[in-house]
Each structure stands twice: as structure tokens, then as C-alpha cells.
Design a binder for this molecule. Sequence first.
Ligand code: HEC
Ligand SMILES: [Cu+2]
Length: 399
Amino acid sequence: MMSAAGARVGRAHSSCARRPDTRPPGDLLARGMEHMGFTTVATPARRASTAAALALPLLAGCSSDAPQSWLNAQGPASRAVVELFWPITIAAIIVFIFVQGLIIYSVIKYRARPDGPEAQQFHGNLTVELGSTIITALVFIVVLAMTVNTQRVLSAPLENPKDALTIKVIGHQWWWEFQYPDDGIVTGSDMVIPIGKPIIVEITSVDVIHSFWVPMLAGKMDAIPGRNNRMYLEADREGVYSAQCAEFCGIEHALMRFDVVALAPDAYEKWRTVHKTAPAEPSTTSTDPSIVLQARGAQLFQAGACKTCHAIDGTAANGKVGPNLTYFAGRTSVAGKTLPNTVENVKAWLRNPQAIKPGSLMPNLNLKEEEVDALTAYLCRPIDPSVSTGCQVPSAAKK
Ligand code: HEC
Ligand SMILES: [Cu+2]
């Protein structure tokens, strides 16, 4: 089941994610466009014309695959919005064509001709005036009723939160943190939810204003420092839903992405049970070379800079600057979906985060290759293959 989900992530990555960029971080437009699947030529002269030429297709984004099309609603909250959008849009198109049609018809049919009659002066037509006023008012009343109904659907779980699961969402430059207050679970970049259950997200930020957006599951909601904004979302089906920050928040805004991983209730229960407790740290007495390497990584993690920025439950590391790395091995991505979570990508990230996500708040720590290997072995050690994917090497497939 997770392998099907994993395949979807893979596809989304291949079509929409950009390759690591070693250019100067200033070239935001080109980076943004490449993020959306465009190839750009980064000369200043070309850049302006490219911007203009691509303004329209940019709106379509990754439309060939469309992992982030809000019109493809996959849950009751987003469906309520789409079901309001189409009738209003279609009504607007009908009214537009009708009114424009009347105007064009009159302009052509009653245009002034050299031998035409003088225009007749008259007061007006009560039937037409009353009729158009009443029809317009009726259209607006229907739209109002539908809007109120949509708002009712979207706010019902917020008013009755006892049947819902509450997840705290915290925006950071440039990644998302997810906290499960009832279970003491903290994750980053993967928001795991059960399907068929209302989820209340409580959204805030620790630095600047971000915007939380899972296009297929709900609308957007601002993440504002010092405020808790609440929103309802829900997924009908299992899957990995692509999501991102929707408000410009600094240099790596385009790479502030995340996944909502929706699991069947029993799979979610399993995930929850595993993640509620910290995994065992690698044994320091084992002679198995792979465990020795993992233990060396654990020791480097606790001795070095890592623990000042990252937390690992069950250890002394409780840094709050970067993502909690307790169950990092099972996540789908590295650094806000910048790279898929594989052993090779974790190593590349540790060698120099700035080469992969320039401007990221994790500095280049100039680690030795031996340290990179040990830290990767530690972070990617097999924890619970039955409930996760990610960079973990399953015990059976161990080299
Ligand atoms: C100065 C703070 C800081 C230090 C020191 C630091 N990190 Fe990070 N780290 C971060 C931040 C911030 C991020 C998130 C970057 C992003 O996505 O923009 C991050 C991301 C990561 C990730 C990806 C996590 C994810 O959920 O995608 C890994 C793995 C990681 N760091 C490992 C380490 C290791 C191992 C060390 C020690 C060698 C270390 N970090 C030292 C701040 C730090
Ligand atoms: Cu942001």
C-alpha cells in the first residue's frame, strides 16, 4: 500500500520537482519556473521576455500531471469549494454570453445608417427593468444560499471538534512542522492523516507569514506568527497529496513543500502506535559493522552541532531550529520535498545543504566523508519498514 503511495511520490517528483540548483540564489523567477516544470535560460536579457511569454502557461503549472490541481477535489472540504465554484462560474459565463450577445446584436442591428430614422426618445420599459432586476436578485440569492451552505460544511468540524483529529502546523523558513498534541508525535514535511476522518489543522508560524495549502484537500490558510488559524480538511482515499507554502516567505519559498500522506485507519493506527514512542538507539556494544557505524553516527549527532538545531526523541538532542529527526528514515523527502528521501540524497544534503537549497537555515558543516556515512547510517537505519518508506534500508536488503 505504501509502495503505491511511494510510486506516486516518485512520479510527482519526476515531473514537477526541480533538479538541485547550484546557481546563485538570487534567480528566483527561473527557480520558480523550473519548479513548475519549465526549462529556463538564465541570461538577464532572456529573463524578462521569458517572464512575459510564460505568464499564461505559468498559471497552468504542472497541468499535464496536475498533482496540485484544486479542481481535482479528493475530500469533503475541497469538494464543497469545487461544488460552489462550478455553478457560480457557469452562471457567470451564461450571463456574460447573454448580455454580450444582446449588446452585439443591438450594436449591429440598430447602428446609425446614412438614411436611417432619428432615434426615438422614450422613458423606458418597466417589464424589462423589473424583470432584469428580479432575475439578477434571484441569481444573487441562490449564490448566497450556496455560499452559506459551503461555509457551513467547512466550519461544522471546527465547531464540533470531538470527532476530529487536531494537528498543529507550524511554518518555518523553509519547511513545515506537524505536531500531534494527543500523541506527542512531531514530524516535518510529511503530514500523516487517517482517511475518512475530519482533520482540524491549527496553523501558526515561528518567523514570517506562510500559507498552508493542500490543493486537493482544502483551501489555503495563512500561517501567522502569534496566531492560531484553524481549518478543516479531510481525505477520502489513501494517497500522497502534494502541498506547498502559498505565500512568498523568502529565498526558498518555492522549495517549502510538503506531502499529506493519507493512510487507511488501521495503517494510521499502526503509524501512530510506532511513532508515539522513540525508536531504540543503535547498540554501542554490538560488533556488527553496520550497527557500529550507526552508533558512531549517533555519537557524532549528540557531540556535534546537529543537536543544537534538531531534536531526536529519547535522546538529549532537543534543538528546535530544524525538523525533528526521530523518524526521519520513514519520510518521503529531504528538506521540504527538495529531494526524494534516499540514502544518496541524505548524504548529498549533509555534505552541503547550501548546494541543494541555497539560503537554507542549515549551514554547510564541512563534514568529513566518514562522518557523512556514519550520520546517514544512523538517520536511515531500519526503524519500522512495515509502516514507512523513505531512506531506511530494510534489514533484509542490507548490504
Ligand atoms: C544551525 C542549525 C542546524 C544545524 C547545526 C544542523 N541542521 Fe540539519 N537542518 C536545519 C534546518 C533549518 C533544516 C531544514 C532545512 C530546510 O528544509 O529548509 C535542516 C534539515 C536537515 C535534514 C532534513 C530533514 C527533513 O525533515 O527533511 C537532515 C537529515 C538534517 N538537517 C541533518 C542534520 C545533521 C545530521 C546535522 C549535524 C551534522 C545537522 N542537520 C545540523 C538546521 C540545522
Ligand atoms: Cu513559506
